[in-house]
Ligand binder design. Structure first.
Ligand code: SF4
Ligand code: SF4
Length: 477
């Protein structure tokens, strides 16, 4: 060994084998190790199901306005399947099974990887690897989804999901070598699932972990470029099981952990400022996408601005509708957006995003500063990043309740009245809120703040979680 050779310390981690969850983890690991090759069959089936859901409704007649249900008309079934089942269940499943949707079922990521094998296999450029890329991708798709009416119109579902599938395939064809550059860097929901997987119960850990921090490599086995021997965060792990081998001492193993554990100890799991901003921005934009639909204030604003600019200033183009690729133009369903609607929706959502981001980032900064005042270790920036993760549970519950209203439809079908459903939603909100406060408390404990003084830096976090929960209040009642 040359005197200049750097010795990287290794921590040997023995997979636990005592207890129900340890044994369950071993069984899951053995199962997927044995049948991993079948995942490609599942991906192919999912790919064709996905195509059918996206494009078949375009060839069907309009569902009748009276009496049609998801069981009687395929178009309504697709809408329910996307927004009542897929959307909320993918997010809820992250808590119990991590990003299992990504590795086991998602046809988009799989398609991106298939074409990668026959594609140009160029090196992934810096603009794709930039941490802000998935944030921008999420913001664009969320806003476009609102302006084209992705929750209501099959054409919009085909455009938004079909368009992202096409881009995923193009990116896969050009960049990476046996990799999923799309999934790691560009998928609009990849970062969202990644952050929420940090509160999930599933973790893949190296049995011989090299010390030195989470690494990135385009050369290893991992399709999302995790340097697996350094792996310490769940965010990018799509659970493809390729690095798992129960018989190998150098492989990774699956561990079932307490939900929220990774965020409680976030400083050991590569906290990241881009994720902090994404939590604030993403929560804000999703809130804007919900509020413009339900607040009477938005309609009043539309009236005032319309009168001012169209009638007073003569900007008649604002009253015209634009391209159906950009906005909802469906006269047959009595919905035609104009440029006024388009710009108002975009501005309203962006304003909500900026306001919520300003509130949450200020409160988090205050919490980080107070933490320092009462003995918190590390510097202000690190404390800020760590404390921003406390909002993950309340943000996730808000997203599910606010944007997946169809999830609660079956309760109506079995006879639950509106009050009962509101109480269930309120109960979920309260669980999210309490969980967020609990995480804030644990993060502060790990910043070495004594129990006696912790309430002070905890207060801004409680206020921030309350702000998120209250902003979604119209979603409950
Ligand atoms: S990151 Fe996106 S495209 Fe990739 S597997 Fe997950 S959901 Fe699918
Ligand atoms: S860490 Fe392992 S299981 Fe996770 S994505 Fe990479 S190769 Fe797949």
């Amino acid at each position: 060994m040359s005197p200049n050779t750097k010795i990287i310390p290794i921590k040997v981690i023995t997979p636990p084998n005592i207890g129900f969850f340890a044994q369950l983890a071993q069984q899951i690991e053995n199962f997927f190790f044995q049948y991993r090759s079948w995942l490609s069959v599942i991906h192919v089936i999912m790919f064709f199901v996905f195509l059918a859901l996206l494009f078949l409704p375009l060839f069907l007649s309009e569902p009748p306005e009276d009496g049609a249900t998801p069981l009687s008309h395929f178009t309504l079934f697709v809408n329910y399947a996307m927004w009542g089942l897929w959307f909320p269940l993918v997010f809820i499943s992250v808590i119990f099974t991590g990003r299992s949707w990504c590795g086991i079922l998602c046809p988009m990521g799989a398609a991106s990887e298939w074409v990668n094998k026959i594609g140009l296999q160029r090196q992934i450029p810096a603009w794709i690897r930039w941490e802000g890329t998935p944030i921008i991708s999420f913001l664009i798709i969320t806003i476009l989804g609102q302006t084209v009416g992705v929750r209501d119109h099959p054409e919009a579902i085909a455009e938004v999901f079909g368009g992202t599938l096409l881009i995923a395939i193009i990116i896969g064809f050009i960049y990476g070598r046996n990799k999923r550059a799309w999934c790691r860097h560009m998928c609009p929901i990849g970062l969202l699932l990644g952050i929420f997987s940090r509160i999930g119960a599933i973790q893949f850990m190296p049995k011989r972990k090299k010390i030195g921090g989470e690494g990135y490599t385009e050369k290893g086995i991992c399709p999302t470029m995790i340097d697996v021997v350094y792996k310490e965060e769940s965010r990018h792990c799509i659970e493809c099981f390729r690095c798992v081998n129960p018989k190998s001492e150098g492989a990774l193993f699956l561990r079932i952990r307490k939900p929220g554990e990774e965020i409680e100890q976030i400083r050991e799991h590569h906290p990241n400022i881009a994720e902090a901003w994404f939590l604030f921005l993403g929560t804000g934009i999703a809130l804007g996408g919900f509020l413009w639909l339900v607040l009477p204030f938005y309609q009043d604003l539309r009236q005032i601005i319309g009168e001012k600019f169209i009638i007073d200033y003569g900007w008649y183009w604002l009253a015209e509708s634009g391209s159906p690729w950009l906005m909802s133009v469906h006269p047959e369903r009595h919905e035609v957006f104009t440029w006024l609607d388009f710009w108002l929706i975009v501005s309203f959502m962006v304003t909500c995003m900026l306001i919520l981001t300003a509130i949450l980032s200020s409160l988090t900064l205050l919490a980080a500063w107070l933490s320092g005042k009462v003995g918190g270790d590390s510097n202000l920036r690190n404390r800020f990043v760590e404390l921003s993760y406390q909002y993950a549970p309340v943000a996730m519950v808000s997203l599910i309740i606010g944007l997946a209203t169809a999830l609660f439809l079956p309760l109506e079908y079995i006879g639950a009245d509106k009050d009962t459903i509101s109480y269930i939603k309120a109960g979920l909100f309260i669980i999210g809120l309490i969980w967020s406060v609990h995480l804030g408390n644990k993060i502060l404990a790990n910043q070495k703040i004594s129990l006696k003084l912790r309430w002070l830096p905890l207060l801004p976090g409680i206020l921030g979680s309350l702000v998120v929960a209250l902003a979604w209040w119209p979603a409950i009642f």
